[in-house]
Design a protein around this ligand. Structure first.
Ligand code: SF4
Length: 377
């Protein structure tokens, strides 16, 4: 395929399309931005997927079908090593899409292990642009947007449970996201962040609220995509719970692409390996070790609880789910596991969240009075 004819697309996951599109635009690529994840995406993906495959695969396949229908002919996909199914997603999706009669090229990245050079080579192939200057400019704006999005998202997570008028912070955040998306240079990104942070400061907080603080941990895709996790962070915010999500996009990009010897501080994964050592001595793929490590760390930081969100049938998270009740008891921290797939109902999830929040609140009050408290929910 002539690179000039390439029309590039890639799967959606939370906000990731904003920095990736910025990079591709800088490389003068012709892009078709997939539609935001929705029931329609999931219905298409589930229709053509093996029933027991995990949810991210179904969503990715749905994204690809929608993008190909819109005219894309080059699909980007990243894969990971280990026992996680992500290693076989690209090939499986490619085979299925060819079986459905689509004509396209799939370009697969192996993001892990500091393979920055190879990743850049693949992007260059996908966009047909070999300019190093353009690539450097693309990386700069892309990284600036990853950082900026995480910065305003962290602020949203802090303000949301505390604000007097619920959803004001959400509006500020959405506007900020839009400004970051439209920014064309790292300077414009900075201006967008400063503006958004100033807007956040205007929000009136209710200081009398009793706020609980939890870690939200689990599988990467579920944590980062609000459609897939059924807006769990927003629902917790309504219940007066501050969510501290340890898995963030910029952290993931940094630890995946930057070689260890260039990093200055311990990454999230390194911390998780260290803190989970008592319960797990080998890495089994996905975010299993992060889930266990985050739970131990949350207990050490005296947080009120841990919510573990995972796709139904995710292999690494099945392992962590089996170990978590033990960790919860040993570390004295309440933990709940929520499994998501196309059959999960939002109302059921909210009911479980409400019950868990009640338990955490009771635990907190008991602790304040000096009583012993319980572990798993
Ligand atoms: S971590 Fe789990 S859900 Fe995510 S891609 Fe791997 S097997 Fe699927």
């Amino acid at each position: 395929m002539n690179s000039k004819e390439r029309i590039v697309s890639f799967p959606r996951m939370g906000n990731i399309h904003i920095p990736i599109s910025a990079f591709l635009r800088e490389m003068s690529a012709n892009i078709i931005l997939p539609q935001a994840n929705s029931k329609q995406t999931l219905t298409i993906g589930a229709r053509y997927s093996p029933e027991m495959i995990c949810l991210p695969y179904k969503m990715n396949l749905g994204n690809y079908v929608q993008a190909l229908e819109q005219g894309a002919n080059t699909l980007l996909m990243f894969q990971a090593p280990g026992t996680c199914r992500l290693g076989s997603y690209a090939k499986m999706a490619e085979n299925k899409l060819r079986e459905l009669g689509y004509d396209f090229e799939m370009i697969v990245f192996d993001l892990y292990g500091g393979k920055f050079k190879e990743v850049m080579g693949k992007f260059s192939l996908a966009t047909g642009n070999k300019s190093v200057t353009k690539a450097i400019a693309g990386v700069k704006i892309c990284l600036a947007k990853f950082d900026a999005l995480d910065k305003i998202e962290r602020e949203l997570l802090f303000i949301r449970p505390r604000e007097k008028n619920f959803a004001t912070a959400e509006k500020v955040y959405n506007k900020g996201k839009d400004l970051i998306d439209k920014a064309r240079t790292p300077e414009e990104v900075k201006t967008a962040v400063n503006y958004t942070m100033t807007e956040f400061k205007q929000i009136y907080l209710d200081k009398s609220k009793e706020i609980l603080k939890i870690y939200l941990t689990g599988e990467f895709f579920v944590l980062l995509d609000p459609y897939v996790n059924m807006d769990i962070e927003k629902e917790l915010g309504k219940l007066g719970v501050e969510v501290d999500r340890q898995i963030m996009l910029s952290e993931w990009v940094g630890q995946s692409l930057i070689p260890g010897w260039l990093r200055k501080k311990e990454t999230h994964k390194e911390r998780a390996i260290r803190t989970s050592r008592r319960y797990m001595t080998r890495i089994v793929g996905g975010e299993c070790v992060e889930t266990l490590g985050d739970t131990v760390y949350a207990a050490k930081k005296k947080l009120d609880g841990v919510i573990h969100a995972t796709p139904f049938n995710c292999i690494p998270e099945i392992i962590s789910q089996c170990i978590l009740p033990h960790v919860s008891l040993k570390e004295s921290i309440p933990v709940i596991s929520l499994l998501m797939d196309e059959h999960t109902g939002k109302v059921g999830m909210i009911t479980r969240l409400e019950a868990f929040v009640d338990l955490m609140r009771r635990n907190k009050r008991k602790k304040q009075k000096g009583f012993a408290v319980a572990g798993p929910a």
